[in-house]
Write a protein that binds this ligand. Sequence first.
Ligand code: CTP
Length: 411
Amino acid sequence: MAAGEPLIGLGVSGGIGAYKAVEVARLLQKRGYRVQAILTRNARKFVGPLTFEAITQRPVITSQFAVGMNADIEHIALATEMRALVVAPATASVIGKFANGIADDFLTALYLATRAPLVLAPAMNTVMWEHPAVRGNLATLAARGARCVGPGEGYLACGWIGQGRLAEPDEIARFVDELVRTAVGPLAGRRLLITAGPTLEDIDPVRYLGNRSSGRMGFALAAEAMRRGADVHLVAGPTSVEPPDVTTLTRVRTAAQMHAAVMAASTKRDVVIMAAAVADYTPVGGAHSAKMEKGDGLTLALERTADILADLGQRRAVTPGAVTPVLVGFAAETGPAEDRAARKLVQKQVDLVVANDVSAEGAGFDVDTNRVTLVSRESQQALPLMSKTAVAAAILDRVEALLAPVTATHP
Ligand code: CTP
């Protein structure tokens, strides 16, 4: 696809507002975008492809199976090149297909094939809009990061007055423009590796040693880094909380597996943040293959696990000159954590330690808030009690400052 203005995919599904999508295309072009229109079969009953073709100055995609479609490299490039996928109008049907991963035409397949942000401009009858099935599908899509513009309230084509009316074309174009312009976040082009959750050390097929980490802090960091435009590789232990959408997700169970995953992935990263609560000890010789009997008592022999963060610090120290990542660790203590964090900073040779007293009110494992102090060689910044998302933002602000002098990024 020829370089030039940024490309927007404009999906048009079969609703009475389909004719307004022509105006959306025109307004997006006026704002400096190229527009690739994709019409569903039902959309073509309301508005003709020729109208879009004349406005956008390019062929309109109407079918996945049209002759030439699969040979035409332009269409294949669309999924990777477009900066946003906008669907206006978005019917209950297309919303349902997106939410459930049904790909039975070009538009729904394109949604699965792209990482571009999705903007929906829904339009439907008020009763449909309020139906639990539609609400549920929209909630699913919102959780994946989709944005909705409208619907507005007003006189609907079916004669009802209520919510369900397609947002005005100007509002849709403005919304998309703002989204695309702000999408180039402060961490765009940066590659982050973030760990989260606990590791579990198996004792036998039934028992394990674990800890109470929920993964929430690491997940909040990963989500915030994604919002800031970073490429995020998340290495997560077993968690009951769902991880956010990230570029790459690796699930591990044990400290040894996390060590292997992090050491392998970290060579191509600008930043490594070790938010995981890695087990410090594991049973000597690994897990028993059969369940251990209670008998008269049971003795566990434990050995230290390899310290991942310290190994990263050590590797960075012995490879001067190479592009090495900014290293951030956590120090969870029961009681004031700053002094121990300052010691860990030096011992593990890292740039920033996030110290938290997990026994403090509102801080720790199973809550959505945290109170931390950011400890570096130069300063100790105590933050008030705030949401883990806000803590993540504060940590990433510091990471951005640490990255500022490091211009080289990995390919
Ligand atoms: N860490 C690690 N590998 C381990 C253990 C911990 O990379 N085997 C990392 C954690 O992800 C965290 C930091 O090191 O970033 C925590 O350091 P640690 O010394 O384990 O501190 P705490 O567990 O907080 O405290 P303590 O020293 O009391 O065990």
